[in-house]
Design a protein around this ligand. Structure first.
Ligand code: 6R9
Length: 649
């Protein structure tokens, strides 16, 4: 394997790319010097019912914070994704779907998708859903998930999509927070040959005493498997659709009206409902999709993210559909039933652009290159990566084996909160360095600050902040604006704090080093250590718990839990398994601890604060240089934890 560290931009691609080097420099300069003028022009890339005259109104002052874009314009997101394409590309495929079982194939043209969305929007109205209502969506990866989202957008309802891997408790807390009256789900999901009891999970969530708002559950029949049914509450998707008219006017929304909420984990408390609005989000999602992936008319674009994550919102639904793209949607997992599956899908559907996550690349890499011997891959033009830092070995493997040394990799750094990609190479512009997300997109002003908030100039390392707004930025935490201000704008006054650390090299390239807060990133999924800890201590036999991330070959980070049991409880393997199962059922499979170490005591300061620094080092098996332990109330605790540590590779 080569150790090349610079991959110059492909000259042939640069010649035909949507943005070349000269344009990038000029446009980037303009976007930060004259953001009003820049966005006045680029906001018009989408269709407005009433054109905007106001471009932006922004203050990052934590005492007087506001973020507004295009705020006197009106539009509809579903109109932008569907109606405006009907004349020119009504018969073009909008979604090509492949089921978990590759015998299941389906294509929906823009016209067909439009009809389904209109019919379902009418169905929602018939169920009493009104503009501004929150609708919860808990669906498998089927076209109907996109239909449900777009139908909400069409009538001005706010969707709240919950990833299908979350447990009934997690569903319940999100429903309570959003006060949803309607939940949309499927009887069962199918992933990697396994059945996921989606309706069963919703049933269990609705039994939670705090859930009092839900009047209707709309159920898509995916498998026809056995489910419980409540006549007063549950209704089949197909029964609603059978009597729904396929004509439905798209409601005129203000640019700053909410489009969706999406819950994400932070360093404290329960997951936050990240609120995105309509105008700026649509402009930003569509513009980044077009330029970062150099998307060209007629190309097949495959994003492997689940609709339950922000990538599934911005780069599976809103961005690509606003651009009239043909997207491939796969129901299952790209390395099931064999590691060849991803290659088969690419060749079968002649995929041109692939957007996936480092954890999948590492999983395929671990299976060996032989699986790719008969992979043609000649349709591929652009590769993308998202979710966590991609290690250079995985980057090169992706570039060599999947991209056949032809396709640039766009390593895209962004967050649920940012709505779209903020730092990324552009295919026709940026020389690539494996492991670096490289340079900012138009209008994005990243900076590094030390822990005191002082700006770091030139090459250096620090906390990654953003100095000014971009149109796709989140506007609030749903129902808790103070928490929005506190989480993102108080750490460093006047700046948006990302929670990530980064290094900037002498060429001005950014290298994201990972979270600097108590958030861990497991297979590209964000989890707050506090959430897992509170799940653990809710178990009757747990007295105290501390959770940290540790390096994991495939997942990027694994979950390492230190658990102190209540007095007299025996430390058994059976209890360890029971605790893993417990966390799984409290939060979801993705939060299951990989390693649980019994900890008779946790390292604390004299004021009782857990010293996570030590716990991270022990979990990473870096016990040689633990640093100063003099502030600990009881230094002996550390020796015990080192002795019984579990990750010794
Ligand atoms: C889009 C998404 C956000 C966090 C983010 C960072 C990490 C995402 C990355 C990356 C390095 C990349 N992250 N992309 N780190 N390089 N290309 O993943 O959103 O689920 O909210 O996670 O993921 O730590 O802060 P989200």
């Amino acid at each position: 394997m080569s150790t090349q560290s610079l991959y110059p931009v492909n000259a042939e691609l640069a010649a035909s790319a949507k943005i070349n080097d000269e344009q990038y420099r000029r446009m980037y300069q303009e976007s930060v010097v004259n953001p009003e003028g820049f966005w006045r022009e680029h906001g018009r890339r989408i269709t407005w019912f009433k054109d905007y005259t106001k471009i932006r109104k922004v203050s990052f002052d934590d005492h007087n914070l506001y973020i507004k874009w295009f705020y006197d314009g009106t539009l509809n997101a579903s109109y932008n994704c569907l109606d405006r394409h009907l004349e020119t590309r009504g018969d073009q495929p909008a979604i090509i779907w492949e089921g978990d079982d590759d015998k299941d194939q389906l294509t929906l043209s823009y016209r067909q998708l439009h009809e389904k969305v209109c019919a379902f929007a009418n169905a929602l109205k018939g169920q009493g859903v009104q503009c501004g209502d929150v609708v919860t969506i808990y669906m498998p990866m089927v076209p109907e998930a996109a239909v449900a989202m777009l139908a909400c957008a069409r009538i001005g309802a706010i969707h709240s999509v919950i990833f299908g891997g979350f447990s009934p408790d997690s569903i319940a807390s999100r429903i309570v927070d959003g006060k949803s009256k309607v939940v949309i789900t499927a009887d069962q999901g199918v992933r990697g040959g396994r059945i996921i009891p989606l309706k069963g999970n919703v049933d269990a969530a609705l039994e939670h005493p705090d859930v009092t708002t839900v009047e209707r559950v709309i159920v898509l029949q995916r498998t026809g498997g056995d489910i419980q049914w409540q006549d007063q509450r549950d209704i089949w998707w197909h029964d609603l659709m059978a009597v729904s008219s396929p004509y439905c006017e798209a409601v005129e929304m203000n640019a700053e009206d909410p489009l969706f909420i999406l819950y994400t984990s932070g360093s404290t408390g329960t997951p936050k409902g990240v609120l995105h609005t309509t105008g700026g989000y649509m402009v930003y999602a569509s513009m980044t999709h077009e330029y970062v992936f150099d998307y060209r008319d007629g190309e097949i674009y495959w994003c492997t993210a689940d609709v339950g994550w922000i990538t599934g919102h911005s780069y599976m639904v809103y961005g690509p559909l606003a651009n009239g793209a043909t997207l491939l949607m796969h129901e299952g997992v790209p390395n099931w039933p064999s590691p060849r599956r991803m290659a088969e899908i690419i060749d079968r559907h002649q995929v041109n652009i692939l957007y996936t996550a480092p954890t999948l690349i590492r999983a395929l890499m671990a299976e060996g290159e032989d699986h790719f011997n008969d992979f043609d891959g000649s349709s591929l033009r652009i590769l993308g990566s998202v979710g966590e830092p991609i290690n250079p070995e995985a980057w090169r493997w992706y570039y060599d084996v999947i991209g056949k040394e032809r396709s640039p990799i766009v390593d895209t750094w962004w967050q649920t909160e940012t709505g779209g990609i903020l730092i990324s190479p552009l295919p026709g512009v940026t020389d690539l360095k494996p492991g670096s997300a490289t340079r900012p997109f138009f209008g994005v002003q990243p900076a590094l600050v030390d822990n005191m908030g002082n700006l770091i100039e030139g090459a250096g390392e620090g906390n990654l902040v953003l100095l000014d707004s971009w149109p796709g930025q989140m506007r609030s935490v749903y129902g808790d604006h103070d928490r929005f201000v506190l989480t993102y704008f108080k750490t460093f006054r006047g700046m948006y704090f990302t929670g990530d650390g980064a290094r900037r090299d002498e060429d001005g390239y950014y290298w994201i080093t990972g979270r600097v807060d108590d958030v861990i990133n497991v297979s590209g999924h964000r989890l707050g250590t506090a959430e897992i800890e509170s799940a653990l201590v809710a178990h009757p036999e747990v007295a105290e718990a501390a959770v940290v991330g540790y390096p994991h070959d495939i997942k990027g980070q694994g979950i390492y839990a230190y658990v102190t049991l209540t007095k007299g409880t025996e430390e058994t393997e059976a209890l360890r398994q029971a605790l893993r199962q417990w966390v799984r059922s409290e939060i979801g499979a993705l939060a299951t601890p990989d390693l649980i170490q019994w900890a008779p005591g946790l390292p604390k300061t004299r004021s009782g604060k857990i010293m996570r620094r030590f716990l991270r080092k022990i979990a990473a098996n870096e016990v040689g240089a633990l640093g100063d332990a003099s502030t600990l109330a009881d230094p002996a605790v550390i020796d015990n934890l080192i002795e019984t540590r579990l990750n010794r590779n």
